[in-house]
Design a protein around this ligand. Structure first.
Ligand code: AMP
Length: 465
């Protein structure tokens, strides 16, 4: 189970759950499959979760039930409906500290092993989410909550940015490699944590700092205190957050997503220049890359692809004969911007290659003379085991085909990807501090575990094909 999610937590505010709802709205791009909030107050504990967007899950009735001064929330993205509402977070369990709720962004690489160990001790699971392993292990613990987290997480491998809440405290924890983002903010007398700073901006809260890799942050009536997990820190922030996943208005991984993305576009224009009349982004995720490309190359920028924001996920894929309607439903081409022109189409990444292939055809159909494709990240050749939902390795077009073969498959005049060095240079940070596994195959965990994950990924594909 892969989780590509957003988390939020707020302590010490009388409108905690309302602010959590706003925070989740801002984080909606991190997951649209399910949303949930758990809150604590003088009336006790309350949890509301549902499938779909934050705006459809939380109506006035649900929100009024969620009273209290402490709330945590979650937006979830998982592949095609697996587990449904049973896997919606925050997950809840009874614990030594009272009702405990937990929300997770990331993906654990040894959850199967840990789950079997707990099941042998008689622990029962109610979801298929890897997150439940942490919750169930915590609910067997006693004593100080930070110590309990330290003991439980010592056995956990992979990526986790967690918010955990009990009636007395809100905890925020980041794995020792810091794969996924997690930020700390303040709002008057209250503290907040969120996956990205865009959640603070919407509320009007102030960004204080990132939760550090390996840090356990405790927010309670005594204020804020911090301790660390025992495993040594090796910074491995997911560079794909900066390429695609995080919102351009956010800070993530202690960097401005907008500035890094624009710089990626600039680097790309330097590495792979082209003679063209217009730079066209694939909206929305490549708009900033394209802005950087246009600035650096001096080629005018044109919003020639218009994305519809009203295509629901429930749309039934039409039969082969009318399959291209899928792309046309989502993207419309501004004929006047491309007709008889040489265009540079800029996308942030290629995964299976299906989106670009369809878009290229639409742009040629609208009369473009030449379509050159520039990708604001290197070829994705390896699956992610740390929380970005990438398909199995064989489905990644760049794991099977060379750049020239991909160019032919996509039907473009020329194709170039940003280099790994160019991408890392664009971050303005120490290159060693990033996980680039999806582009390089260099995973940041011990080889044995990753080899078995890769084998599973390959055999899953073989079963499917
Ligand atoms: P594909 O058509 O499979 O090559 O997908 C590439 C497009 O999907 C790009 O335009 C990206 O913006 C977007 N994309 C990249 N990674 C993901 C992801 N993990 N989930 C959803 N969309 C993605």
């Amino acid at each position: 189970m892969k989780e590509e999610c957003g988390v939020f937590g707020i302590f010490n505010h009388p409108e905690a759950s309302r602010l959590a709802t706003l925070g989740l709205h801002a984080l909606q791009h991190r997951g649209q499959e399910a949303a949930g909030i758990a809150s604590w107050g003088s009336h006790g504990f309350c949890r509301r979760v549902g499938l779909g967007l934050v705006s459809s899950v939380f109506d006035r009735r649900k929100l009024s039930a969620l009273s209290g001064h402490l709330a945590i929330g979650h937006v979830r993205y998982a592949t095609a409906g697996r587990g449904g509402v049973r896997n919606a977070q925050p997950l809840v369990a009874q614990s030594f500290w009272g009702k405990m709720a937990l929300a997770h962004n990331g993906n654990l690489t040894n959850s199967g092993e840990l789950k079997r160990r707990l099941q042998r001790r008689g622990v029962r699971f109610t979801s298929s989410s890897d997150t439940e392993v942490i919750l169930r292990a915590l609910s067997l613990e006693r004593g100080d909550l930070s110590g309990a987290l330290r003991r439980v997480l010592a056995a956990v491998r992979g990526a986790y940015s967690l918010v955990v809440a009990t009636p007395q405290a809100l905890m925020a924890v980041r794995d020792p490699k810091g794969f996924r983002p997690l930020c700390l903010g303040s709002y008057g007398e209250s503290y907040l944590v969120a996956s990205e700073t865009c959640a603070f901006d919407l509320i009007g809260a102030q960004y204080l700092r990132d939760v550090a890799p390996g840090e356990i942050l405790r927010l309670d009536s005594g204020g804020l205190s911090s301790s660390y997990l025992e495993e040594a820190v090796r910074r491995s922030f997911c560079v794909f957050e900066l390429v695609y996943f995080a919102k351009p208005s956010s800070r993530a991984g202690e960097a401005s997503v907008y500035q890094v993305r624009r710089q990626m576009g600039r680097e790309l224009a330097r590495e792979a220049p082209v003679r063209a009349d217009r730079v066209i982004p694939v909206p929305d995720s490549a708009v900033v890359h394209a802005e950087g490309f246009a600035e650096e190359s001096g080629i005018p920028f044109a919003m020639a692809l218009i994305r519809s924001h009203y295509v629901g996920r429930t749309f039934i894929e039409p039969r082969q004969s009318i399959r291209d309607f899928g792309a046309k439903l989502k993207y419309a081409v501004v004929r006047e911007a491309v007709c008889a022109r040489r265009v540079v189409l800029v996308d942030d990444s290629i995964v299976r290659g299906t989106t670009c292939r369809k878009l290229v055809r639409l742009i040629y159909d609208a009369g473009a003379r030449e379509v050159h494709l520039r990708i604001g990240s290197p070829p994705i050749t390896h699956p992610c085991f740390y929380g970005i939902d990438t398909p199995t390795q064989k489905e990644l077009v760049a794991s099977r085909l060379s750049v020239e073969e991909i160019r032919k498959f996509l039907g473009v005049e020329s194709l170039a990807f940003l280099s790994v060095e160019g991408m890392l240079r664009a971050t303005g940070k120490t290159p060693e501090d990033f996980c680039t596994a999806c582009f390089t195959g260099q995973y940041r965990e011990d080889g044995e575990r990753i080899r078995s994950q890769l084998d599973a990924s390959r055999s899953a594909k073989l079963c499917a094909s």
